[in-house]
Design a protein around this ligand. Structure first.
Ligand code: F1P
Length: 346
């Protein structure tokens, strides 16, 4: 009944029909820009959305922490489309951000997991992720589901705008269809992830590096480790390393590098060399069959090949597993981490 492009039904409101992409396509096609708002993991998914919309549909995108956006008197016009992302659909900052944007005449598109949630109700149009409830507090499958919806939206809008050829459109959709099988295959690497987790479970600081589409994945990898295992971790765009974090690198610093073959490969190889020259410990997420980075790394985890646009859906999984195993080994409660709430409603 619910459909990404044809809108949503709110079952507990006498099946009220909410808009989908097709009803609001003119708004997207004529938008000055897209503003994506969210908090935590949902904000990271929004960052992947920025790469997708700019790359495929050539629409300028801003990604804002809802918790800052709502308080900073932002410039919003009726030519803006705001995409609000929230797993719970109840996050107070995200709700306040969309109310503010609505007051300025913007069109609001929601991406939520929970059907009939406050954010879903407040939006003009939207899509449910259909990810099912998150059992734990930290978002995991919500992230990959949000990125999938953003991919579908970007592909569809790009086709309507004419920035994507008919052939490329079908190729991308077909590839996206094949991603769940690849994710499933990757779960086979669980024992290797466990071995790596054993090696780094006592770390006190970790660095996550990625470039392009995988920069947000570096942020998300670091957030998952912080949230469930209480290890301090920072995510950085790999190219920014030399502007500060490089000072932290020594033989005690694990550096998780997201380095699939399809994204700025030679540049990430140089970043790894910079870390190795300072005796940092490298765990690299690489494409199947990669030997060049494997030679330089202490550990590698392989992911199946994909186009760069879809690689976050694959590279995220081993990082989530790693945080999970490290947290369990440290005796942390992965479902109910201290100080965190499932939905932050104040
Ligand atoms: C946002 C969020 C989650 C995080 C934790 C606290 O929630 O920051 O990303 O994992 O649960 O809240 P939401 O708006 O996506 O529900």
């Amino acid at each position: 009944i619910y459909d990404t492009f044809r809108g949503r039904l709110l079952p507990d409101q006498n099946m009220i029909k909410m808009g989908g992409l097709f009803e609001y396509k003119e708004k997207f096609l004529n938008a000055n820009r897209i503003i994506i708002v969210g908090c935590g993991t949902s904000w990271h998914a929004g960052l992947v959305g920025e790469y997708l919309f700019e790359d495929l549909a050539r629409i300028p995108v801003e990604v804002e922490y809802a918790s800052e956006f709502r308080y900073r008197n932002p410039v919003i016009t009726d030519q803006d489309v705001v995409i609000a992302i929230s797993q719970s659909g109840e996050t107070a900052d995200t709700l306040a951000a969309i109310k503010l944007a609505k007051e300025h005449g913007a069109t609001i598109f929601g991406i939520c997991n929970v059907v009939g949630s406050s954010i879903a109700r407040e939006t003009h149009a939207g899509a449910y992720t259909h990810a099912g409830p998150e059992i734990g507090v930290a978002s995991t499958k919500a992230f990959t589901a949000q990125v999938t919806v953003l991919s579908l939206l970007a592909i569809e809008i790009a086709k309507m705008k004419g920035t994507l050829s008919e052939t490329r459109y079908h190729e991308l959709l077909e590839e996206l269809n094949g991603i769940p099988k690849k994710m499933e295959a990757m779960l086979q690497s669980d024992s290797k992830v466990r071995e790596i987790s054993e090696r780094f479970k006592d770390a006190t600081n970790c660095l996550y590096l990625g470039r392009g589409y995988n920069f947000p994945v570096a942020l998300e990898g670091a957030l998952k480790l912080k949230e469930i295992s209480y290890i301090h971790a920072e995510g950085y765009p790999a190219a920014e390393m030399k502007h500060g974090p490089i000072a932290l690198i020594d033989e005690n610093m694990p550096v998780f590098v997201i380095a699939p073959r399809n994204g700025q490969y030679d540049k990430i190889v140089s970043n790894i060399q910079e870390v190795k020259a300072r005796n940092g410990k490298i765990v690299a997420i690489v494409s199947e069959g990669d030997t060049e980075i494997a030679k330089m790394s202490d550990f590698t985890l392989e992911i199946p090949d994909s186009s760069e646009a879809f690689s976050p859906l694959l590279t995220t999984v081993p990082l989530q597993l790693l945080s999970y195993h490290i947290a369990v080994m440290r005796g942390c409660n992965v479902d109910q981490p201290r100080n965190l709430a499932k939905s932050v409603t104040v």
